[in-house]
Write a protein of this length. Structure first.
Length: 279
């Protein structure tokens, strides 16, 4: 990672731009005795010390058997940008049995069943750390976890990216409807599993759900314009007092991350990210 110190002009925010934040490795402990690995990114004061955020994202990554993990590119970019741009803390972690450069979480993938305890452990960490106004942000498989397991009293709402609705049932949707918490659903025009019209039908039973179709986007949200749209929508709902669209340049110090490792599958290309994401 390279650093751009005190630039004389605004720096464009690109796919590998890392804005200032306090980033710390964290461990989550599940009720069945597993340790999960993660990272918490907090906004910082001008001297670099962490400060209390205005809101918090607890992120739930895509399907680990298809390349999803805590570094899946949209979630990674949320952690790289939102502490600085929107005063939002971002918690990322690997669900059970999932590996990333941060490490491997204990346990084994369980098709979303035992992952209930992983979701609860993440919410508990946010609560233990006194992180304010927590929202869930799930992507693909992570939306299933949010719908099935995310209705906790401290959670204020959820943003769902590319929900496939393979595992989550109408009963899960009915539970969200009865609870009344905000549910924001971002659906790519060209999604592989659930497209906007079908999503509006499925989510119609959640009266407070806002289904937003995103023209041109695909399930993996590859391309900087689509990442920006996702982050803008997250901020618009989680921090409505922050102006959107978010800035696309930064006039303070920043870093340039190393490009992700060469992906091992087509799925990894999208979920992990690439140098081509500015396109």
């Amino acid at each position: 990672m390279t650093t751009d110190a005190a630039p004389t002009s605004a720096t464009p925010i690109r796919s590998l731009t890392v804005l200032p934040a306090h980033r710390e490795d964290v461990e989550l402990h599940t009720a069945d005795g597993l340790t999960l690995v993660g990272e918490l990114a907090l906004p910082v004061h001008p001297d670099g010390t962490p400060r209390t955020p205005a809101a918090t994202l607890v992120t739930l990554h895509p399907l680990p058997t298809h390349g999803g993990y805590m570094d899946s590119h949209v979630l990674r970019k949320a952690a790289w940008r939102l502490p600085a741009l929107a005063d939002i803390a971002v918690l990322r972690f690997n669900t059970r049995g999932t590996s990333s450069p941060r490490g491997t979480s204990e346990g084994a993938f369980d098709e979303g069943r035992s992952e209930k305890l992983d979701v609860h452990a993440a919410i508990e960490l946010a609560e233990f750390r006194d992180l304010p106004h927590p929202w869930l942000v799930g992507w693909s498989f992570g939306t299933e976890l949010a719908l099935m397991h995310g209705l906790d009293p401290v959670v204020e709402g959820a943003v769902l990216l590319s929900p496939p609705l393979h595992r989550a049932t109408d009963a899960d949707l009915d539970a969200w409807d009865a609870d009344g918490k905000p549910l924001v659903v971002l659906v790519p025009e060209h999604d592989d599993y659930l497209r906007p019209d079908a999503a509006r039908e499925r989510f119609a039973r959640v009266h407070q759900a806002e289904v937003i179709g995103v023209d041109g986007a695909k399930h993996l949200w590859v391309g900087e314009p689509y990442v920006r749209r996702v982050l803008d929508e997250i901020v618009r709902h989680v921090r409505p007092d922050v102006a959107t669209p978010l800035p696309t340049t930064w006039d303070g110090p920043s870093e340039q991350a190393d490009a992700p490792a060469v992906p091992q599958s087509v799925e990894d290309t999208g979920f992990a990210g690439s140098e081509q994401e500015d396109a």
